[in-house]
Write a protein that binds this ligand. Structure first.
Ligand code: UTP
Length: 288
């Protein structure tokens, strides 16, 4: 079984649901507590043993590249001020030289197209995709469990989580063969099923392990929902020739691309921080 070493982070979207905050700033740089959303997701990939971090960026996304680079003036100032703890934290977050690559999606033609833009950087090996706006909060990082499962069963794998039955029409839903394991064989994937028609309440969570065959399919994939080249459409085709599993994530998923998801993520992550928890809880209590 080929080990998963590389991960794609598609960060070229316009973030229109978060305007005006995202007019001049990438939505992936919005902070959840004191770390940019993209850093939380890179942390998850690092914890899963990923060695190559591939960012598919676009116009106005330069702040993401700067975030994963050394900031000489800042380092110098922190050194002069003897701020060792801050310097160490910045050093810890810095990718090893040569382990981060950036390629551009010239037009935001959809998630499938963004993934396809990274084809030459991935080459002929299975890889991970992490949607940076979907935060997976749990003591066991989601991608780590998926890669562990993949190392024994192979195939393609999609992260899923349970959503309320009356909200399934808002998500990509998978139909699975029931079983006792965490990775369930996928029978079908349906993008935003009509209310009351979803075959399950397992929603796609923004974590994928895919075989490189997906690139061939994406190359000729016609535009789908919203006029965009959809990753789900290519996965539906791939599922006809390769095994696909759904990996059920038991933690909390926050969609930080929506205002509500962003706000709840900040509350949930702040309540998880030992240096903030008590004071923050007390402040919340007085507010509500
Ligand atoms: P979203 O659809 O949530 O992001 O895509 P968006 O298009 O930026 O947001 P809205 O709908 O306008 O508010 C999920 C992820 O895929 C990336 C986005 O940057 C986001 O991280 N993406 C999306 C691309 O890289 N390219 C695209 O063409 C579309």
């Amino acid at each position: 079984m080929q080990r998963i070493r590389k991960a794609i982070f598609p960060v070229a979207g316009l973030g229109t649901r978060f305007l005006p905050a995202t007019k001049a700033m990438p939505k992936e740089m919005l902070t959840v507590v004191d770390r940019p959303v993209i850093q939380h997701v890179v942390d998850e990939a690092k914890a899963a043993g990923i060695e190559q971090f591939i960012f598919v960026t676009g116009r106005n996304k330069g702040a993401i590249e700067d975030h994963f680079d050394i900031a000489f003036e800042l380092d110098r100032t922190l050194k002069d001020r003897h701020r060792e703890a801050d310097l160490n934290e910045l050093a810890r977050d810095l990718p090893i030289a040569g382990s981060a690559s950036f390629t551009r999606q010239q037009e935001p033609l959809g998630l499938g197209h963004a993934v396809w833009c990274a084809r030459d950087l991935i080459g002929d090996e299975p890889f991970a995709v992490l949607l940076p706006d979907m935060l997976h909060q749990s003591s066991e990082p989601c991608l780590k469990s998926m890669i562990e499962a993949h190392s024994s069963i192979g195939g393609n794998m999609i992260g899923v989580y349970r959503v309320p039955d009356d909200e399934t029409h808002r998500y990509g839903i998978v139909d699975v063969e029931q079983g006792s394991t965490k990775a369930l064989p996928v029978k079908a994937m349906i993008e935003k099923p009509k209310q009351g028609t979803a075959p399950s309440n397992l929603a796609i969570s923004g974590r994928y392990l895919l075989s490189p065959k997906i690139f061939e399919l994406l190359a000729t994939q016609p535009r789908g929902a919203g006029g965009e080249i959809q990753l789900t459409d290519a996965m539906v085709t791939l599922q006809r020739s390769e095994p696909f599993y759904a990996h059920v994530f038991e933690g909390r998923v926050h969609d930080t691309g929506t205002k509500l998801g962003f706000l709840t993520a900040n509350v949930a992550y702040a309540l998880d921080r030992h240096d903030l928890r008590d004071e923050f809880r007390a402040a919340l209590k007085t507010m509500i």
